[in-house]
Design a binder for this molecule. Structure first.
Ligand code: NAP
Length: 298
């Protein structure tokens, strides 16, 4: 069994980005600049944003963290986005999700200039992804593709079973794996909460991508011998014996599934780290678009 170690694969991406930034600075150019907006004080969101900012710093990107009150009016959040859209010093913009209930996520996502949409959630980015055009790929599926590439996992002609159809993970993942890409060309089955016979479908999967947010949902009896298993899930499960009062669990019962899988990602230390790698690569791409004069809102 091969452990698909996110630390190793993400470090390789980050080293390459670090070299690029070093070269930019040597040429007298500014480093790419990511702006992250965090609304409220949700514990998990705080952790994710802090990690994104820290990783930017590690590789020499600039980053700005903009905090807004949980009660912020939608209009004020949109104004901040328009301001960042028109700020030539900002290359990429992300708004950490989820947002408070009184704010429309769809409106917020659509407000971001598509040329700075480093999360790849804007309808224009998604449309381009579907058509196989160059675009920003949502960071988590992008990170998974980078991981498959790093560990040389063969995907061509394989049957990939994706569990979960969210806009940020499952659906774009199914599009990428079914695309005519080096690490694509799979036959994909996209499953969700209304899929009957999920176990039988999973048993046919050469590659399983579990992205449903149900701790240890995928058990050994759902996985065929030799399958590649990618665990996207991150759920905080209460545990009074843990220092923080909770433990992070993936969607796969790692101990039992790893005895059957040919390759598997750990949680933590797997896809989460690759998501950051995907985001950093998107930020560099946004920087490149700006250099081509496409980074400002028309
Ligand atoms: P989501 O928006 O809640 O979507 C969950 C999907 O799973 C839905 O499509 C849902 O089906 C499906 N589902 C739920 N229960 C199911 C069941 N019993 N059988 C089959 N399908 C089921 O979640 P998400 O945002 O995609 O995130 C999924 C997990 O990944 C979460 O744990 C999240 O924290 C984690 N995540 C991790 C990263 C990372 O970097 N590692 C990034 C993003 C998300 P319906 O559509 O029918 O409701």
């Amino acid at each position: 069994m091969m452990l698909l170690d996110g630390k190793i694969a993400s470090q390789a991406v980050k080293e390459s980005l670090k070299t690029t930034v070093h070269q930019l600075l040597m040429d007298g150019k500014p480093a790419p600049h990511l702006a992250a907006i965090l609304v409220g004080t949700n514990g998990a969101s705080e952790t994710y944003v802090a990690s994104k900012v820290k990783n930017c710093e590690e590789i020499g990107f600039r980053s700005s963290l903009i905090r807004m009150e949980e009660s912020i009016e939608e209009a004020l959040l949109l104004d901040k986005i328009y301001e960042l859209n028109n700020d030539a010093a900002i290359d990429g913009i992300l708004v950490q999700l989820p947002l408070p209930k009184h704010i429309s996520e769809a409106k917020v996502i659509e407000a971001i200039n598509p040329a700075k949409d480093v999360d790849g959630f804007h309808p224009i980015s998604v449309g381009k992804l579907v058509q196989g055009l160059e675009t920003f790929i949502p960071a988590t599926p992008y990170g998974i593709m980078l991981m498959l590439e790093h560990f040389n996992i063969e995907t061509k002609g394989k049957h990939a079973v994706v569990i979960g159809r969210s806009n940020i993970v499952g659906r774009p993942m199914s599009i990428l794996l079914s695309s005519n890409l080096k690490h694509g060309n799979c036959t994909v089955t996209l499953c969700h909460s209304h899929t009957p016979n999920l176990k039988e479908i999973c048993l046919q999967g050469d590659i399983i991508i579990a992205a449903l947010g149900r701790p240890e949902f995928v058990k050994a009896d759902m996985v065929k011998e030799g399958a590649v298993v990618i665990d996207v899930g991150i759920t905080r499960v209460e545990d009074p014996t843990a220092k923080k009062g909770f433990r992070i669990k993936g969607d796969v019962a790692f101990d039992e599934v790893s005895t059957k899988a040919s390759a598997i990602t750990p949680v933590p230390g797997g896809v989460g780290l690759m998501t950051i790698a995907g985001l950093l690569k998107n930020t560099l791409q946004a920087y490149g678009l700006k250099a081509e004069g496409l980074g400002q809102k028309a």
